[in-house]
Structures are given as structure tokens and as C-alpha cells.
Ligand binder design. Structure first.
Ligand code: NAP
Ligand code: G4F
Length: 321
């Protein structure tokens, strides 16, 4: 039986990845940091099937301990301070968890068992103020936030461990992916939650920042399949994972309000306080390498994704009334 260790298991991607790996017959271990109140909501359906190991990616000892307990064939490093906005408020912590966290995990593997296959959760935010469109594996990086800068470090250290130590390390450059388990701060979930509340008469307005920003949005359930595929190849490599379509925040809002029969113009208020110090205006990924080499393609469209999230949020809000 194959064994996997996932850091960031309580997050959106960690939860979908654990389900995928369990379905493939893996024994799944998750690194779980201490929180003062429980945050196991995303993984409640798999809690009795996985093993949680206490630890933090900033604590190398806890990572070595986790590897000694799990003895994994594969490690998926998903842990990070992943909210771009907060990376300006907490730049040093973001740098530590998002970049030093990755090298800590790589060192833990190198020192214990360098044959373990390693996946690093890299991000399209690294393309930032984009040099070319669409963005592919060969597009130069131009990071525009403390988060994105930290991800560039984690990306290159992953490449360097492959080239220096001949380790099987892969970096997945994933474009935005969402789901009903997306954190409430991110724009898709902020919109779908607000649409559900407004429809049910519990909220009157939705305050947003830059409506013109464009993102290449996909479904998290599709994207975790690509993570797994990267670790099943003969040779390690880096891949862009994207839908190949881009949409503005305004289009997202229009589709979401339209789905419940409301006019977004009556509810959306632009709030200058929500504009970022530096914006990433346009992301559009070119997923051809993943399509050809991994035989990966997404199944859920942008519209299907928004509708899935609204349906889920309406259910959640109703159950709390
Ligand atoms: P998420 O929902 O924010 O989950 C982040 C996870 O990291 C949580 O489980 C969190 O634990 C954990 N974590 C944070 N700091 C930690 C630390 N110091 N030690 C151990 N665990 C820590 O993020 P996501 O959307 O699932 O994304 C997964 C990864 O992919 C992240 O690295 C993110 O930056 C990257 N990424 C995401 C996207 C996207 O669109 N979703 C795109 C590209 C890359 P708590 O529950 O305790 O907070
Ligand atoms: O949903 P967002 O916060 O995601 P962002 O910044 O693109 O980052 C996400 O995707 C990255 C991959 O490209 C990940 F690496 C990262 O961890 C995270 O998962 O914002 C999307 C866009 C931005 O341009 C933002 O300015 O939406 C714009 N936006 C407009 N109003 C807003 C809002 N974003 C948020 N969060 N909240 C608003 O009210």
C-alpha cells in the first residue's frame, strides 16, 4: 500500500487530495498544526480514515518526526499562508511559512529518505505583472506580493533539490482553483456566500475591490488530480495547471447574481479599502504541457463551478438559519 504525507491537509486542496488518495488505496497522513479551536470542517468526511500528525512546517523537528511516523512514498507540501491580501499585513510570517516551510520539508526528506517523491504547491501568482500571455512553464516570473515572492523561492528551491541531489521533486504551477470548501476570504467564495445570503434576505450589499482583475479559475477537485499525476511519472518535472480561460471579477459577479435571478448592480459596492497595494491584472495559463505529458484536463467549467458553489452556500446558509 502506498503512503502519502500531506501538509496543509485542513485546507481546501488538502481535503480534496486526501479523498483522491484514499480512493486510490493510499494510506494518508496529514501534518496538522495546533489551533485553539477545531478547524477540521473540510476533512470531516475522511477523519476516521486518515492519520493526523502534529507539526508545523516551520518546525523541522516536527517534519522529521512526521516522516519517521508516516514513512511516506510521496509528500505533498500544500501548507502556506495562502491569502495574498494578508501577505502585506504579515510579510515575514508569509515568507517563513510559504518559502522556509518548503525548504524545511525538503531538508526533512533529504535527511531521512531522499527517495520520497515531493510535490510543491507553486502558484500562478509568481507570474504577477505578466511578461507574456498566456503564461506557461517557460514564462519568466514577476511576483507582485510578499506571498508571490515567497512562492518563487519555494519553486526554485524545489527545482534546485531536483538538480543538486537528484531527488524526485515537482512543482505544480497552479492557477486559481476554487470549490465549496474555498476559504471565505477569497473572491469566488466571498461572492457565492454573499449571493446566497442576499437571496435569502440576510445581507444587503457586497463590498468588493478591483472588479477588472482577470483570473484563470478552475475546480479544486480537478486540480488535485494533476498533483497526483505529477508524482507518477518516470521523470520529475514542473507543470502549469490551468483551464486556459480567463474571466474578470465582474463576469464572476454577473454570472453569480444572474444564477439566483438578481441584478448585481443593485448590491455590489466597490470599496477602495479592498484594492491591493499591487495588483495582478491578468492571469491566463497555458496547460498544454500537462495535457500532453500528464493527459490531464479539467472537467468542471467556470459557470458550473460558480453554480456548484452557490448551491452549496445556499444549503449551508439555510442550515444555519
Ligand atoms: P488553504 O485552504 O489556505 O490551506 C492552507 C493550509 O496550510 C491549511 O491547512 C493551513 O492550516 C496550512 N498551514 C498554514 N500555515 C502552516 C504552517 N506553518 N504549518 C503547517 N500547516 C500550515 O490553501 P489551498 O487553497 O488549499 O492551497 C493549497 C496550497 O496551494 C497553498 O500552498 C497555496 O498557497 C497553493 N496554491 C493555491 C491555489 C488556489 O487557487 N487555491 C493556487 C496556487 C497555489 P490551518 O487550517 O491550520 O490554517
Ligand atoms: O480570490 P483572490 O483573493 O485570489 P488571488 O489573489 O488570485 O490568489 C489566489 O490564487 C493564487 C493563484 O493564482 C494562489 F496562489 C493564492 O494562494 C490564492 O489562492 O483574488 C482574486 C482577484 C484579485 O485580483 C483581487 O484583487 O480578485 C480581486 N478582488 C476584488 N475584490 C478581490 C476582492 N479579492 C478578494 N479576496 N476580496 C475582494 O473583495
Amino acid at each position: 500500500m502506498k503512503k502519502a504525507l500531506i501538509t496543509g491537509i485542513t485546507g481546501q486542496d488538502g481535503s480534496y487530495l486526501s479523498e483522491l488518495l484514499l480512493n486510490k488505496g493510499y494510506k494518508v497522513y496529514g501534518l496538522k498544526r495546533r489551533t485553539s479551536t477545531p478547524n477540521l470542517e473540510n476533512i470531516k468526511s475522511v477523519l476516521d480514515k486518515i492519520d493526523l500528525i502534529p507539526g508545523d512546517v516551520l518546525d523541522l523537528t516536527s517534519l522529521i518526526n512526521a516522516i519517521n511516523i508516516a514513512k511516506p512514498d510521496e509528500v505533498y507540501n500544500l501548507a502556506a499562508q495562502s491569502f495574498v491580501t494578508d501577505s502585506w499585513a504579515q510579510p515575514i510570517y508569509t515568507g517563513q511559512s510559504t518559502s522556509i516551510g518548503a525548504i524545511n520539508m525538503l531538508e526533512a526528506i533529504r535527511l531521512t529518505n531522499p527517495d520520497i517523491r515531493f510535490y510543491q504547491a507553486s502558484s500562478s501568482e509568481m507570474f504577477g505583472k505578466v511578461i507574456e500571455t498566456p503564461q506557461s512553464e517557460t514564462t519568466p516570473f514577476y511576483p507582485r506580493s510578499p506571498y508571490a515572492v515567497a512562492k518563487v523561492y519555494a519553486h526554485w528551491i524545489t527545482v534546485n533539490y531536483r538538480e543538486s541531489y537528484d531527488m524526485y521533486t515537482c512543482s505544480g504551477i497552479l492557477f486559481n482553483h476554487e470549490s465549496p470548501r474555498r476559504g471565505i476570504d477569497f473572491v469566488t467564495r466571498k461572492v457565492t456566500d454573499a449571493v446566497a445570503r442576499i437571496k435569502l434576505g440576510l445581507q444587503k450589499e457586497l463590498r468588493l475591490g478591483n472588479l477588472d482583475a482577470k483570473r484563470d479559475w478552475g475546480y479544486a477537485g480537478d486540480y488535485v488530480k494533476a498533483m497526483w499525476l505529477m508524482l507518477q511519472q518516470t521523470e520529475p518535472n514542473d507543470y502549469v495547471i490551468a483551464s486556459g480561460e480567463t474571466h474578470s471579477v465582474k463576469e464572476l459577479v454577473e454570472i453569480a447574481f444572474d444564477y439566483v435571478g438578481l441584478d448585481w448592480n443593485k448590491y455590489v459596492v466597490q470599496d477602495p479599502k479592498l484594492i491591493r497595494p499591487a495588483e495582478v491584472d491578468l492571469l491566463l495559463g497555458d496547460p498544454q504541457k500537462a495535457q500532453k505529458k500528464l493527459n490531464w484536463k479539467p472537467d468542471v467549467s467556470f459557470e458550473q463551478l460558480i453554480k456548484m458553489m452557490i448551491d452549496s452556500d445556499i444549503k449551508k446558509v439555510k442550515s444555519n438559519i
